[in-house]
Design a protein around this ligand. Structure first.
Ligand SMILES: [Zn+2]
Length: 360
């Protein structure tokens, strides 16, 4: 069985000139895509050579890949944005080992000027994959150059071949909870992780931060941020590890998670908005946990499927009745069948059943 995961790798401090060039590449790629769509089907370019006629100068590799991307998105009538994409022939990851034994990661790809080799920020879990990539143990898929806010990223697809013995299908749903940090549910068996400790620690850090801010201690603030980051990352590793062990114990073949791409993990998001769902621990901490579960499941040979989060917290997992508003507090009481369930268990059960359909 093959499974694809996507590593979101940040480019390390690109210069202003590089950023402008990446943006120009992205703009030209988008413009080409829309020019392409305006053409009659029979006139549409099939090769990068033909494509040059309908595009400002772009590397052939980017044009060729753009054609593939456009064709794969049949429903799109106009592209708001098509990011430059490189296939595995044109995008390379390189590793340089420094004298002190540390690794410096670089990505090289064609640009408007020439091929560049630029440093990237590989997080430790990403390094594991990049090493597998260099040793040829996993296959490289496409690599997309994407801007997110002011930062530039490479979204690198990695294809894993996972050995799979024949098992009966068993789904586990994971809800990143309203009350608890995480609830995993499979066939009525439930695993809880309370967010209590994490919330406490983050409050503690917030308070320290306020004090340091008052004192104008900038360096100490940065240090504190690093410490908190390491602490949360450590916790997330432990939780995701336990979740996968739990799944293996129950013979789970597929983990279903809510699709959280598109969710903006910011504090400014108002309560009650569709995807906010009143989570107390917004931000990257949640997103990181979600990513860890995704990649650890992949390594364990468990399929991951993303589901649409829309009705997860409103639907009764027993009778399917959809409620108008989210119940307050810890318990979900169904107005129709009167079933009472812990709100996050109800959510996890709905995710396991993919009641709002699959994402995508
Ligand atoms: Zn019900």
């Amino acid at each position: 069985m093959e499974q694809t995961i996507t590593l979101k790798i940040k480019l390390y401090q690109p210069t202003q000139a590089k950023k402008q060039m990446y943006q120009e590449m992205a703009d030209r790629t988008t413009e080409f895509a829309n020019n392409y769509l305006k053409l009659d089907k029979k006139d549409r370019p099939k090769t990068s050579k033909e494509a040059k006629e309908y595009s400002k100068p772009l590397p052939s590799a980017v044009l060729a890949q753009a054609i593939r991307d456009i064709k794969s998105k049949k429903k799109v009538k106009r592209f708001k944005r098509l990011w430059p994409n490189f296939n595995n022939q044109n995008f390379k990851v390189e590793k340089e080992v420094s004298k002190d034994g540390g690794a410096v990661w670089k990505a090289s790809f064609p640009t408007l000027e020439r091929r560049v080799g630029v440093p990237i920020v590989a997080q430790s879990y990403q390094e594991k994959y990049l090493n597998l990539l260099l040793s040829g143990e996993v296959k490289q898929g496409s690599a997309r150059l994407i801007r997110c806010g002011k930062d530039w990223y490479i979204h690198l697809s990695i294809v894993l071949t996972v050995e799979q013995t024949k098992r009966t299908e068993k789904n586990m749903g994971i809800d990143l909870g309203l009350i608890d940090l995480l609830v995993a549910s499979v066939n009525g068996q439930t695993l809880f992780f309370s967010g209590g400790e994490l919330a406490y620690i983050r409050r503690h850090y917030a308070e320290l931060r306020r004090k340091l801010q008052k004192a104008g201690a900038h360096k100490a603030l940065v240090k504190l941020g690093d410490k908190e980051h390491r602490w949360v990352t450590d916790i997330n590793h432990k939780i995701s590890h336990a979740v996968i062990e739990f799944a293996k114990l129950h013979g789970v073949t597929k983990i279903r998670l809510e699709d959280l791409t598109g969710v903006r993990w910011t504090k400014s998001q108002r309560k009650g908005q569709r995807k906010d769902r009143g989570r107390s621990l917004h931000s990257w901490a949640y997103y990181q946990l979600w990513q860890f579960i995704e990649y650890k499941a992949a390594l364990a040979g468990i399929q991951v499927e993303l589901v649409n989060p829309d009705l997860t917290s409103l639907t009764c997992s027993r009778c399917g009745h959809v409620h108008k508003s989210r119940p307050k507090g810890r318990w979900f009481t169904c107005k129709r069948c009167k079933k009472i369930k812990h709100i996050d268990v109800n959510g996890a059960d709905n995710i396991a059943q993919a009641i709002s359909g699959l994402a995508g």
